[in-house]
Design a protein. Structure first.
Length: 766
């Protein structure tokens, strides 16, 4: 009844002619990768698990609403505040409306809020406690400002397209790491009584052609991410599953198409995967202006349109009257939204929506302080832990009271002005030619201040009674030969809305080699919003140390100086693979372009399956420059005593079709195997190690991350690290059975320091 033809009929701007296709003229149903199979009707939220009480309240609330009032819940309207989106009030029932705002690393477009580290930085910390704490504090800031829903965190993009412009907003190029950190983030934010909208669902792996574009009357549709069933489960859906398991009240559908059907009207991804298989109880909201259908979207499982709609409104009641939509679907849309409000206790004690967030922050407005002094430690600690030290020749770091430090590079300095990022996204933050603490676009949060590296280094010199020289303008600066160290700051900028044009830039690389030619202790710090390659100078004899500093947020310089001077010990690990050369990434290096014969309907076949990042490097036996999971410390760690133990949970029997709860089949979370190992801090300073566990599942990639345990270890001490392997961790997705299945044969188990430095190996047969 709701086949693809009916979707197509609702794709207003698209030309779906039936004439023979020419080079520039091909219709979406001429060349199909695979249908997105129809999945109807849309399942009603059932109030399972922890949602029971919220659903009871929501149902009784919705029963009192008129149709016009119900419709008002399904789309945003323009309110006079600085929220990214708003839902109107129903005053007669005491519902004050909703304010929803960006983003996953801090509140954007207002004052008195903190600029937290971005997703990639949290990914590099590999620290679940830290992810949780950051999220809780962030949530509290949103709460004080009356924001009901935080538009984040990001687990899509996952980082498949290496030049992807938004990869830095997500945690890691690995579903397990990304999933573990999104789980903590969802719980942390929601503990503060603020909802999350986990985004962008799904297959949003490039910015190029993410939206339809019309030129001279010809419309090019959004890129279609064509993803097979096994790959979507084992890679792209995985972290969304963790987010749903954690209780996420909302999921944001993305701009792109999946198997040629727009994500916000794709019944397979929304009704099928999300609401049926994962048992999602919250609501689906569009990315901004990502609605491309009328009633078809509602029937496919979309619940809320932002920032407003041109096709729903009273058409929903017309559609119910003429039989193209069930009345129960409208009730379900509203019930899911209102239940989420009750689930977070936002019906009691919640500030009025968007309080202290004016449309124009430079106008007279009420002052509402979002920040709190008790966040200070978490801000700094989260900034510290996302730095990854990858080279430290002759242990030049930490610096030992250097008499003279010379500082070079545009990225060392604070920007000339700190404007609050406007709610309109036309302007990227002024960070590209200054120190980069965040990327651009809707994730460009508003820091309360920015401590640039040069500022913090000067403060250190003041305290140590030492000297600093700098030239942060020249690309070929003079170097005082008395310099104990030359710190060179470069960055790699990225912003929502476009993909990166490369993984190196020659200006920055020339700066590094120019300094290195004059200074035998050249330490390079890169603030990178994505993967940054280093082949132009990594083997230079004078480049003694290199730090991937990612996007640390407002405490950036302070965190860095704590690491450089040894008050903190580097404990970040790469959440992606750094190749020796760009071509090593293969076909997923660049975004796809709309080329003939797919000019009007750009196609991106995910033919590599799960083989992205380290899975691909392992398969192709390509030696990376720095492997996934790699990072140095000022101490060293020794591994011993691998122990692999089956638990008493029955593993051989496939789990019976249980009641689906949030996150899907609850049997997936059964712990089948426990692994432990001993890790000794074999050096002379305290430090933190990220013990990593990889599993080689029969018939799968050589190894996949399936556990990590970050531990503080005092110098000379030994601790036990533990990993619990669940049924999902040890299964592969069966397309035939439409379920996760354990494999026959020998599982390989590896424990160690990175994806390629694995001193402990064992095996396991289920
Ligand atoms: C597609 O091709 C047909 C026949 O060649 C032509 O009539 C139509 O205008 C073309 N459409 C677009 C969007 O170029
Ligand atoms: C994508 O896959 C389909 C089905 O295999 C194929 O027909 C099409 O040519 C592929 N598209 C591209 C751009 O490779
Ligand atoms: C996309 O098409 C592939 C190939 O036919 C299929 O395996 C998969 O289930 C489809 N996914 C969606 C979301 O439509
Ligand atoms: C719906 O919301 C609008 C604001 O967008 C408001 O003016 C209108 O009164 C609301 N309708 C009902 C029936 O509450
Ligand atoms: C109903 O849908 C039509 C066609 O998409 C659109 O032009 C109209 O504005 C819609 N009405 C409302 C109230 O949204
Ligand atoms: C029913 O109403 C909807 C909304 O106005 C409209 O899109 C649809 O075409 C109508 N269907 C029929 C069969 O009249
Ligand atoms: C940064 O500097 C480059 C070259 O100096 C210039 O082309 C670019 O526009 C600047 N970017 C910004 C955001 O100011
Ligand atoms: C390394 O630095 C020294 C100055 O300390 C310089 O003389 C030498 O040429 C540099 N080496 C290279 C390869 O540039
Ligand atoms: C750099 O050169 C100076 C002077 O020759 C020497 O004392 C120092 O140890 C060198 N530093 C490094 C890191 O090689
Ligand atoms: C496995 O580890 C979990 C927690 O990580 C623990 O609750 C359970 O008792 C352990 N089981 C065995 C058999 O060691
Ligand atoms: C993880 O983060 C927490 C909170 O910031 C911090 O207290 C703890 O020391 C970190 N753990 C490790 C092992 O680095």
């Amino acid at each position: 009844m709701y086949g693809l033809a009916s979707f197509a009929a609702l794709l207003g701007g698209l030309s779906l002619c039936s004439a023979a296709p020419t080079e520039q003229n091909i219709t979406s149903d001429t060349y199909f990768y695979g249908d997105s199979p129809p999945v109807y009707p849309s399942p009603d939220g059932a109030g399972t698990g922890s949602w029971a009480a919220a659903y009871v309240k929501a149902k009784s609330f919705v029963a009192q609403l008129t149709d016009e009032e119900k419709i008002n819940f399904t789309a945003g309207y323009t309110a006079s505040n600085g929220c990214s989106g708003n839902i109107p009030a129903v005053s007669r029932l005491g519902f004050p409306g909703l304010c929803v705002s960006d983003a996953g690393n801090g509140l954007r477009g207002t004052d008195f809020v903190n600029g937290w580290p971005s997703g990639i930085h949290v990914g590099a910390s590999w620290n679940k406690t830290l992810a949780h704490q950051r999220a809780l504090y962030m949530g509290q800031e949103f709460h004080r400002k009356g924001v009901n829903l935080l538009l984040g965190p990001v687990v899509g993009p996952l980082g498949r397209v290496v030049e992807g412009g938004r990869n830095w907003e997500g945690f890691a190029n690995d579903p397990y790491l990304s999933g573990a950190l999104v789980y903590e983030t969802v719980q942390g934010v929601q503990e503060a009584g603020v909802g999350v909208s986990v985004k962008h669902y799904i297959g949003n792996e490039q910015e190029t052609n993410r939206n339809p574009e019309t030129e001279n009357g010809v419309t090019v549709a959004s890129v279609s991410s064509n993803i097979d069933d096994k790959t979507i489960h084992e890679l792209y859906l995985w972290p969304f599953q963790d987010a749903v398991l954690a209780g996420s009240v909302s999921v944001m559908c993305s701009y792109n198409r999946v198997n040629n059907s727009y994500s916000c009207q794709n019944s397979k991804t929304l009704n099928g995967l999300l609401k049926t298989e994962l048992g999602f109880q919250g609501y689906v909201v569009t990315d901004w202006d990502a609605q491309h259908a009328g009633i078809a979207g509602a029937n496919a499982g979309l619940d809320m349109v932002m920032p407003s709609t041109t096709t729903w409104g009273s058409n929903l009641t017309t559609a119910i009257a003429n039989g193209s939509m069930e009345a129960s679907r409208l009730d379900d849309m509203v019930t899911r939204i209102v239940a989420s409000w009750y689930q977070l206790n936002q019906d009691t004690d919640f500030p009025s929506p968007g309080i202290g967030m004016p449309v124009d922050v430079y106008s007279e407005h009420e002052i509402v302080i979002g920040t709190s002094a008790d966040e200070k430690d978490a801000l700094l600690q989260s900034a510290i832990e996302g730095h990854v030290l990858v080279k430290n020749q002759g242990s030049v770091l930490p610096l030992q009271s250097p008499r003279l430090v010379s500082v070079f590079g545009y990225d060392a300095k604070a920007p000339e002005s700190l404007d609050l990022a406007p709610v309109s996204l036309s302007v990227a933050p002024p960070t590209q030619n200054n120190t980069l603490w965040v990327g651009g676009g809707s994730g460009a949060n508003n820091p309360a201040y920015v401590i640039a590296p040069l500022d913090a280094i000067q403060q250190q010199a003041y305290e140590d009674n030492t000297a600093v020289l700098w030239d942060v303008t020249s690309f070929d600066p003079d170097v005082d030969p008395a310099s104990h160290a030359c710190l060179v700051f470069i960055n790699s900028y990225a912003s929502e809305g476009s993909d990166r044009t490369g993984l190196v830039d020659s200006d920055s690389d020339t700066l590094v080699t120019n300094v290195a030619s004059k200074c035998n202790n050249t330490i390079v710090v890169i603030h990178n919003a994505g993967i940054r390659l280093v082949y132009n100078w990594i083997d230079h004899e004078n480049v003694t140390a290199v730090i991937f500093a990612h996007l640390p947020g407002q405490d950036t310089g302070k965190a860095l100086v704590d690491l450089l001077y040894g008050r903190a010990n580097p404990s970040g690990r790469l959440p992606y693979t750094v190749a020796k050369q760009a071509s090593d990434y293969g076909a997923v290096l660049h975004p796809v372009q709309p080329v003939a014969p797919y000019g009007l309907f750009p196609q991106d076949n995910f033919t590599e399956g799960v083989y992205i990042d380290y899975r691909a490097f392992d398969k192709e036996d390509i030696t990376p420059q720095f492997e996934f999971g790699f990072g140095l410390s000022y101490t060293t760690f020794d591994y011993s005593s691998l122990n692999i133990q089956r638990t008493s949970v029955e593993a051989t029997q496939y789990p019976p079709a249980a009641v689906i709860q949030e996150g899907g089949n609850p049997r997936l979370w059964d712990v089948l195997v426990n692994v432990t190992a001993q890790v000794e801090n074999a050096g002379s300073v305290d430090g933190a190690e990220v013990a990593q566990l990889y599993v080689g599942i029969p018939n799968g990639p050589i190894r996949q991350l399936r556990g990590f345990d970050k531990v503080n270890i005092l110098a000379g001490e030994t601790v036990t690290v533990t990993f619990a392997l669940t049924r999902r961790d040890l299964s592969t997705w069966s397309v035939e059975a439409q379920e996760w299945e354990l494999q026959q044969g020998e599982y390989k188990v590896y424990v160690g320091r990175s994806s390629r430095d694995l001193p402990l190996t064992g095996s396991l047969t289920l």
